[in-house]
Design a protein around this ligand. Structure first.
Ligand SMILES: Nc1ncnc2c1ncn2[C@@H]1O[C@H](COP(=O)(O)OP(=O)(O)OP(=O)(O)O)[C@@H](O)[C@H]1O
Length: 762
């Protein structure tokens, strides 16, 4: 029985008949299997082609986009270059591959299409279009990373990004949103700023991995070494959309006006606002916040703007601007304006506060600049491998503005707004900075606090009840900005360098997440200056009058002292033919030192005008001068007396009116009981009048129970403290004995008290 072996079956049939037999499927089981495989492969290929054709004819389905990283995803119409690349003959690709060095390879990415520009293209759009065109050159991707088979046979397009599909949808949704003005107050506004490539990076041959399109979309491209096969397979780029994105050429002013100007306006309306810069070390946070002398940053521009606007709006020209500046370094809070011991954080009604933090009152922008400069000198900055002026701490500048405006109905409105400007330290890798040094400890602390910040962002986005603010000092201080009633702006700073791809991606990821944080409705901190209640108004008036009285008394005492001196001088001049120097009366005698300068400036108080030759003459002149001065001063005092008398009268009337209004109860002025003393009651009785005309019999303390000081409390030094009916101790004009020694003011105002004047005044 012939035995069919494999070798036999594989042998070529000798005749046509034999051949036809050999082609029969069931003749040999091995042959059958092979043919089945062939048929299946053919079917598979056909189906693949058919499905590809079907997809080409259909608009992209969002569900498909979710699997966009799969190689079978169709090419996007935008990527003509990609198509050209893929249809290039295999030999050409091979040539390219052979020409490749070990260096970073150029790859083409298929990026989600930016939204089509409206028909009439603006200049900016034309510019963006150019940007896109340039971007295309960066997108050329050789297929060395892909299996050869796939390269030769199929057109492979890699849809970028993990969330590429989501982002495409978002782009469209956001484009509609960002056409409108940013909506401050409902969520955190997120902006991205790309810094220019540094000289060092250029010299190292770094490539730009970020592209900003339409001032909003950020495209991130990953470059990899061609030998890194594992990585090459996983290569992906990403696309993000923010409220605005600033390319490297954007000026500081532009960044300020787009991101922060509106927030400053809200602060002036009495709302709280926060701006913070976030990003990797060396990404440009401090540059954005502080800037340089030539290009001042957001902090400086915001403060300038604040001062300019307050001055324009403040109805009475008065405003109060308080400033504090602190840093969080290695999890300790320090005052940058007056450095000392670490500060303790405490939560009170106003939110989280650093106990003992210095609040400086600033009157002008220049002053704020000086304070800022001083604060920055105290801030911890150290050179690291990544950044020569790396900030090793998070810095928070807080400005509290208080001023008055008039609203539409001409009410005076008090407005208080708080602006927090925060420059965070940069997240960093230990290798990127320094290892095993103090810097690495700082870096660890910085990273820890930034990690805490990201946990808070996550919890806020997910709407969790517990937000872990207490995990770090930074998050405790940012509590109001992140989850409170505050308008918040985040500026994410990124580097264009491909070596910082990881950090940039990380920054963009968190910035993207922060976009979703909803903030609480921001209340306006304002108080309408109501017309005060008559009582409070009266009390205020009383206090003012009392203050004025005190000042007048001081003035008067000064004049009296002067008068005394002059009188003494004139007496001395009359008594002696050689009058002593007037200064000797005023100043203790000193060793005689002939001083040229003094001699050249004779004055009536400086006795240097008396010389031996002209003693007599000089003495006469001196006496004459002194008399004249005495006369002038006496006239002035007389005038002041009159003024004071009339003022006191007026005040008396006011006080009387006030007390009459506030006191409706009958007078308690029975004989033998406490007697109410008013200034009028101290006046000599006029014989014709018999009874006192003064309303002393009606007059009581304006508000007996209120803790107010009357005019008399001040003028009479011995005005006693009296316990009133409700038990509160007040100073009142109610005394048991008549005044023994009337005040100086009374003596001057009323000549009847002249007898009580000291002898020398007579
Ligand atoms: N937009 C920009 N234009 C010009 N130069 C910039 C810009 N952004 C940053 N730079 C420069 O880049 C360097 C690093 O910037 P900066 O110190 O602001 O980084 P940083 O993010 O604050 O870093 P760190 O977190 O380490 O403090 C600086 O020399 C700065 O002048």
């Amino acid at each position: 029985m012939p035995v069919s072996t494999r070798s036999q079956s594989e042998r070529k049939p000798r005749s046509d008949q034999e051949q036809s037999h050999a082609n029969l499927p069931l003749r040999n089981p091995h042959h059958g299997l092979k043919e089945k495989m062939k048929a299946l492969t053919l079917l598979y290929e056909q189906q693949k082609q058919a499905s590809a054709a079907l997809r080409n004819s259909k608009p992209p389905d969002p569900t498909e986009l979710r699997f966009a990283t799969h190689p079978s995803v169709q090419l996007l119409g935008s990527c003509k270059k990609e198509e050209r690349e893929s249809t290039r003959p295999f030999t050409q690709v091979m040539r390219e591959n052979n020409a490749m060095h070990n260096s970073t390879i150029t790859r083409t990415y298929v990026l989600p299409l930016p939204p089509p520009p409206p028909p009439p293209q603006t200049q900016a759009q034309t510019h963006d279009a150019k940007e896109n065109a340039v971007a295309g050159t960066d997108r050329i991707l050789s297929f060395t990373s892909l299996p050869r088979k796939a390269r030769a046979s199929t057109t492979v397009a890699r849809r970028l990004s993990l969330g590429g599909a989501k982002n495409v949808q978002e782009t469209e949704a956001n484009s509609a949103v960002s056409e409108k003005a940013p909506i401050f107050g409902s969520r955190i506004m997120v902006f991205v700023r790309l810094r220019p490539m540094s000289k060092k990076e250029k010299e190292a041959g770094s490539r730009c991995c970020v592209r900003i399109v339409n001032r909003r979309d950020v495209y991130l491209t990953e470059f990899a070494n061609e030998n890194d096969y594992l990585r090459l397979k996983r290569l992906r780029g990403r696309h993000f959309t923010f409220d605005a994105s600033f390319p490297d050429s954007t000026s500081q002013q532009e960044v300020y006006s787009t991101s922060t100007a509106e927030l400053v306006e809200a602060v002036l309306q009495g709302r709280n606002g926060s701006v913070f810069c976030y990003g990797a070390t060396g990404a440009g946070k401090t540059y954005t916040m502080l800037g340089t002398l030539e290009n001042p940053g957001v902090m400086v521009l915001a403060i300038k703007d604040l001062f300019t606007k307050i001055r324009q709006r403040s109805c009475d020209g008065n405003h109060v601007v308080h400033l504090s500046y602190l840093e969080v370094y290695n999890e300790t809070v320090r005052d940058l304006l007056s450095p000392g011991r670490p500060l303790v954080l405490r939560e009170d009604k106003q939110g989280m506060v650093a106990a003992g933090l210095t609040q400086y009152r600033a009157y002008s922008t220049d002053e704020v600049m000086q304070l800022l400069q001083r604060g920055n000198q105290n801030r911890t900055t150290e050179p690291t491998r990544a950044n020569e002026t790396s900030s090793r701490s998070h810095a928070i500048l807080q400005v509290v503005v208080e001023y008055q405006v008039k609203d539409a109905s001409m009410n005076v409105v008090n407005r208080v707004g708080k602006l927090s400007l925060i420059d965070l330290a940069g997240s960093e890798r230990a290798l990127a900075t320094d290892q095993r040094t103090v810097r690495s400890l700082e870096g660890a602390n910085i990273n820890r606090s930034l990690l805490a910040l990201s946990s808070c962002i996550n919890a806020l986005v997910e709407g969790k009840k517990h937000i872990p603010y207490r995990n770090s000092k930074l998050t405790q201080l940012l509590k109001d900005s992140l989850g409170g009633a505050c308008n918040t702006v985040m500026i994410a700073n990124i580097s264009p360098c491909n070596l910082s791809f990881g950090e940039t991606q990380n920054t963009l990821h968190w910035a993207d997440r922060a976009k979703e944080i909803r903030t609480k409705a921001c209340e306006v901190n304002e108080e309408i200056g109501e017309v005060p209640e008559s009582e409070t108004d009266q009390a205020k008036l009383l206090l003012e009058l009392q203050k004025e009285n005190r000042e007048l008394r001081v003035q008067l005492a000064r004049h009296q002292q002067k008068l005394l001196v002059i009188q003494a001088q004139s007496l001395a001049a009359n008594a002696s033919p050689t009058p002593p120097s007037a200064t000797s009366l005023l100043t203790p005698p000193t060793s005689a030192q002939p001083n040229e300068n003094r001699k050249s400036r004779p004055s009536f108080l400086a006795g240097s005008c008396f010389t031996p030759e002209s003693k007599r003459k000089g003495a006469d002149e001196g006496v004459r001068e002194l008399r004249q001065t005495v006369k002038a001063l006496e006239a002035e005092i007389e005038r002041m007396k009159k003024d004071h008398t009339s003022q006191l009268k007026q005040k008396d009337d006011i006080i009387r009116d006030l007390s009459r209004k506030s006191d409706k109860t009958p007078v308690m002025g029975r004989e033998g009981t406490k007697r109410v003393v008013t200034r009028a009651s101290l006046r000599p009785k006029e014989p014709s009048m018999g009874e006192l005309k003064s309303p002393s019999h009606r007059f009581r303390s304006p508000i007996p129970t209120a803790k107010k000081r009357s005019f008399w409390d001040i003028t009479t030094a011995n005005s006693p403290s009296v316990t009133t009916q409700n038990g509160r101790k007040t100073r009142s004009h109610v005394i048991r004995e008549p005044l023994a020694v009337p005040s100086m003011l009374l003596q001057l105002a009323y000549p009847c008290f002249a007898r009580q004047k000291p002898e020398r005044l007579k």
